[in-house]
Design a protein around this ligand. Structure first.
Ligand SMILES: C[S@@+](CC[C@H](N)C(=O)[O-])C[C@H]1O[C@@H](n2cnc3c(N)ncnc32)[C@H](O)[C@@H]1O
Length: 335
């Protein structure tokens, strides 16, 4: 064997080894891919099971042909809401309740995706009710302010506790900053940290029906645009204290008028739990502390002794830095 044929044989050997290695690694990749697919299928089944267990009573056995179209779906949030409302309590129950309530959506996706959104005055925000304390296990719920106290189907109202905890709010688009990936919004009924699933411009041509609109009778009462309290006041002491605070501490607001306007919009709606309302009514007065715009606000509900069934006067009597005041057995305590 001469040198040339040795080199040829070596080259061939190397090529064969490389080919076999390549075939082997392809097989390994294929094996791994099929293992991955199998695991993913298992994960879907497990999630599906967890999903059903979390909402017993709502999901019923599916028909064979429905199974594929009702498999769990995983979505990744496109952003997160930064809001003046840190908690569910005192967060308006719809955007129209406190139109000046401000928020911001911090996007986690490319800012180009919201180019042109600033040309729309309003947008739909689809979000996940991440702070629900209960999984939906009931098919019927009692919406707030429903006078006859009769429950309605979960899909006939806007309760956050629903089989898929997805919310839908129509907010005002104040500003869109594609570079900073931020959208300033107002008319917010979302708490801080709410994951955003989707945004869609509000297009009245498509979104506002042309034919007559009807709603259930109870909605006419419960969603009446007149506020719960006719008289809402801010005490002089609060105005004086507000003047001492730097405006940027209140979050997105630019001046005190905006802060007080928002405060009045929020407290004119009754956010007290039913038993507290009753307790306050029986006593002829009540106290409350709530947190919004980075401060704790102290409220008093004062009933007219001659007309105890009439709505009380609501007075904001103090504004306090976070954590310096709390409510203990219905009484305001300064810490
Ligand atoms: C009645 S829901 C309506 C939300 C939306 N406009 C809708 O119709 O789907 C509004 C209430 O949900 C609660 N909420 C807001 N953000 C939430 C969140 N991320 N997780 C759980 N509850 C939330 C607040 O208590 C707020 O008053």
């Amino acid at each position: 064997m001469n040198e040339k044929s040795v080199a040829c044989a070596c080259g061939l050997g190397l090529a064969v080894t490389a080919c076999s290695l390549f075939v082997l690694s392809c097989k390994k990749v294929k094996d791994l891919e099929s293992k991955c697919e199998k695991l993913q299928r298992q994960l879907v089944t497990i999630n599906e099971e967890r999903f059903r267990l979390k909402s017993p009573g709502i999901f019923i056995t599916q028909r064979e042909e429905d199974v594929n179209s009702t498999k769990p779906i995983v979505y990744h949030p496109i952003g997160v809401v930064r809001s003046i409302y840190p908690a569910r309590n005192f967060t308006p129950n719809q955007p129209s309740r406190a139109p000046s309530g401000r928020g911001r959506i911090d996007l986690v996706i490319d800012g180009k995706s919201v180019e042109d959104l600033e040309k729309f005055s309003h947008a739909w925000v689809l979000f996940h009710f991440h702070d629900n304390t209960r999984a939906a296990s009931k098919t019927k719920v009692l919406p707030p302010r429903k006078l006859d106290k009769k429950k309605v189907g979960v899909f006939s109202c806007r309760t956050p506790t629903r089989p898929n905890p997805v919310g839908l709010s129509l907010v005002r688009v104040e500003d869109v900053d594609c570079k900073a990936r931020q959208i300033q919004i107002s008319g917010v009924d979302l708490i801080d940290g709410t994951p955003v699933l989707d945004l869609k411009p509000y297009i009245p041509q498509h979104d506002a029906p042309k034919d007559p609109v009807t709603v259930a009778d109870w909605v006419k009462v419960s969603s009446d645009s007149s506020a719960d309290f006719d008289t809402v006041e801010i005490a002089e002491k609060v105005y004086k204290k507000l003047l001492q605070i730097k405006i940027k501490k209140f979050g997105p607001y630019e001046n005190l008028d905006q802060v007080t306007k928002t405060l009045l919009e929020i407290i004119r709606w009754d956010s007290r739990k039913r038993h507290l309302k009753q307790e306050h009514q029986d006593k002829g007065m009540g106290e409350w502390v709530f947190r919004v715009m980075n401060f704790d606000w102290v409220l008093q509900y004062i009933y007219d002794p001659t007309r105890p069934l009439d709505p009380p006067i609501v007075r904001c009597v103090d504004v306090v830095p976070l954590g310096k005041v709390c409510l203990d057995q219905g009484k305001v305590v300064y810490l």
